[in-house]
Design a protein around this ligand. Structure first.
Ligand SMILES: *Cc1c(COP(=O)(O)O)cnc(C)c1O
Length: 391
C-alpha cells in the first residue's frame, strides 16, 4: 500500500549525479549557480537547494524575491540571485536578506541605490545585458553607462555581469554566436575601463552541453540538473531524471461495449473494458491534453488514458494488464520495471515542453525524497555504464 494518493518521487542522488556531469562538462574553475526557480522546476526548492549546496553548488538562481526569501528562511546561506527582476515592494526585503538582484535599467539602479542607502547596506547586483533575448536586460549600448553608475555608487556592488541565450540549440545556433560577440564586446570595453567585478555568466543547460565558449566564471544550469532536457545534446545521455510522478489505482470497473467514460463522453468502450480510476488530474500535473492520448505505467506495462483528464481524476484502460488490483501504483512519468515514460515523451504527446510538465506538478502532490547522502560534486570521471544501470 502506498501512503499517498499522489506523489512525486524525487531522487536527490540523481540531482547530485547530474551536477557532477555538469561539473565535468564545464571543467574546473567554473562555478555552478543551480537554477531553482519555480520551486526547483517542481522538485521542491528547499530540499533540492540544501542538497545541491551540500554537493558543492556555489550559488542559486531563482525567479522571484519570494523564492529567494523562502530559501534564506530555510537556512540556505550561499549567494542567491533573482535572475530576472523584482518589483519595488520587494526591494527592502530582498536587500535586508542579502539577496542578489539582476539589474536591467537605470530606474532599478536608482531605486536599489536609494533603498540600500536607507538600509545602510550595499546592494549586490548582476548587470543583465540583453544581447538577443529581448526580454529583460539593458541594451549593450547602455551597459557601460550603467556599469559606471554602479562603480560610482557606495551603495551598489557589482556581483556579476550576465546575459541570457535565447536559442534552444544553445551554442549550436548562429544567433548564439551573435549574442556571444555582443556580450564579449561589452565585456572588453568594460574591462578596459576597469569596470568589471564579480562573476561573468551566460550559459544555461543548452549552452553547457553545446560547448558555449568562453563560459566565464559561472554557469546557470536548470533543466539539466533535473535530468529532463528536451533534446539530445553532446553528453546529455549521462543525465538521469530526478522526478517520477506516481499515483495508485483507487477504483476498478468492468464496463460493456459502448460505455462512455469522462467529461464530454469523448471515449466509448469498443470492447468489454476494465477501466481503472487514478486520483490525480490536471491540477496534479497530468496535462489535460493527454486526454485520450497519454499512457501510464501499471505493473510495468503501458495503459492508455481513456476519456478526458479531469481536475482530480484520470481514467485508464487496464484490460490487457493481468492481475491489476486497487492500490496498484500508476506511473505518469518515470520508470516502472523495464518500462519508462519520460518527461520528454509526456511533453511531446501533450504538445508542450518538459519544463512545463515538471513545473505543473501541483502543490497538493507530496514530494517524497530519496537518496541525498552527502555526495562530492568535484570534477570526477563519469562512467556511462554507471548511469545506464542507475535509474
Ligand atoms: C531559467 C534560467 C536558466 C536555466 O535555464 P535551463 O534551460 O533550465 O538550464 C538560466 N538563466 C536564466 C536567466 C534563466 O532564467
Amino acid at each position: 500500500m502506498h501512503p499517498n494518493r499522489v506523489w512525486a518521487d524525487i531522487d536527490l542522488d540523481a540531482v547530485a549525479h547530474n551536477l557532477s556531469v555538469i561539473r565535468d562538462k564545464v571543467g574546473p574553475g567554473v562555478k555552478l549557480m543551480l537554477v531553482a526557480k519555480a520551486d526547483a522546476y517542481g522538485h521542491g526548492a528547499v530540499a533540492t537547494a540544501h542538497h545541491a549546496v551540500r554537493c558543492g553548488v556555489e550559488a542559486l538562481g531563482v525567479g522571484t524575491c519570494c523564492e529567494a526569501l523562502e530559501l534564506r528562511q530555510a537556512g540556505v546561506t550561499v549567494p542567491i540571485l533573482v535572475l530576472g527582476t523584482i518589483v519595488d515592494e520587494e526591494v527592502v526585503p530582498a536587500l535586508g536578506h542579502g539577496i542578489e538582484i539582476g539589474l536591467h535599467s537605470t530606474d532599478r539602479q536608482r531605486s536599489l541605490q536609494r533603498a540600500a542607502r536607507r538600509l545602510g547596506v550595499r546592494a549586490r547586483v548582476h548587470l543583465n545585458i540583453d544581447t538577443g533575448m529581448g526580454r529583460l536586460g539593458v541594451r549593450p549600448d547602455r551597459a557601460l553607462e550603467l556599469l559606471r553608475r554602479i562603480q560610482g555608487s557606495r551603495h551598489l556592488e557589482l556581483a556579476g555581469v550576465m546575459t541570457h541565450v535565447a536559442a534552444e540549440d544553445g551554442a549550436r545556433s548562429p544567433e548564439t554566436e551573435a549574442q556571444v560577440s555582443r556580450f564579449q564586446a561589452v565585456l572588453s570595453e568594460a574591462r578596459a575601463e576597469g569596470l568589471l567585478r564579480g562573476w561573468i555568466h551566460s550559459a544555461n543547460s543548452a549552452c553547457i552541453f553545446t560547448g558555449l565558449r568562453p563560459l566565464g566564471d559561472a554557469v546557470r544550469p536548470g533543466i539539466a540538473a533535473y535530468g529532463v532536457l528536451d533534446r539530445d545534446l553532446d553528453g546529455t545521455s549521462l543525465l538521469v531524471p530526478a522526478m517520477s510522478l506516481r499515483s495508485q489505482i483507487v477504483f476498478l470497473k468492468d464496463v460493456p461495449v459502448g460505455t462512455p467514460v469522462g467529461y464530454g463522453s469523448t471515449w466509448r468502450a469498443e470492447r468489454a473494458t476494465r477501466v481503472a480510476t487514478l486520483p490525480l488530474g490536471y491540477d496534479d500535473g497530468v496535462p489535460w491534453r493527454l486526454s485520450n492520448r497519454g499512457e501510464v505505467l501499471v505493473r510495468g506495462r503501458r495503459a492508455p488514458i481513456v476519456g478526458r483528464v479531469s481536475m482530480d481524476y484520470t481514467t485508464v484502460d487496464v484490460t490487457d494488464i493481468p492481475g491489476v488490483r486497487v492500490g496498484d501504483a500508476a506511473t505518469l512519468f518515470g520508470r516502472d520495471g523495464a518500462e519508462e515514460i519520460t518527461v520528454r515523451e509526456v511533453a511531446e504527446r501533450a504538445g508542450t515542453i518538459p519544463y512545463e510538465v515538471t513545473c505543473s506538478v501541483g502543490k497538493r502532490v507530496t514530494r517524497v525524497y530519496r537518496g541525498g547522502g552527502i555526495a562530492e560534486v568535484g570534477p570526477r570521471h563519469t562512467d556511462p555504464r554507471e548511469s545506464a544501470t542507475r535509474s
